[in-house]
Design a protein around this ligand. Structure first.
Ligand code: SF4
Ligand code: SF4
Length: 104
């Protein structure tokens, strides 16, 4: 499991490097983030939720039964919307109401 960082969207803010519990993300001299230890990523999604520029996607590879789709997230005060971009060009969305998700 791993993330993918789009260098064209990355603004170099460093939030993902700060939040990763495994210190797996580093930054190049000009600030662009990259995943330094992709094999060690356990997909906690903290970095994805922290990036305000949509630069990080979770790669849904064969190791977790995925087909190479990429998943990004956008947030409002009440919802998390997981956007799944499939390799065939189709898209899916999973919308989670944050207040409801804490009920269980
Ligand atoms: S949080 Fe996003 S914009 Fe900021 S350094 Fe990481 S990938 Fe780049
Ligand atoms: S998904 Fe979690 S473990 Fe993987 S790079 Fe992001 S913060 Fe680190």
């Amino acid at each position: 499991m791993s993330i993918i960082i789009n260098p064209e969207k990355c603004k170099g803010c460093g939030l993902c490097t700060d939040v990763c519990p495994g210190s797996l993300i580093a930054q190049k001299d000009h600030g662009t983030a990259y995943i330094k230890y992709p094999k060690d990523c356990w997909g906690c999604a903290s970095c994805i939720k922290e990036c305000h520029f949509g630069a990080i996607a979770l790669y849904l590879g064969a190791d977790i039964g995925g087909m190479g789709s990429q998943m990004t997230v956008s947030a409002t005060e009440d919802t998390l919307t997981w956007n799944i971009q499939k390799r065939d060009g189709t898209k899916d969305q999973i919308i989670i109401n944050k207040k409801e998700s804490n009920k269980y």
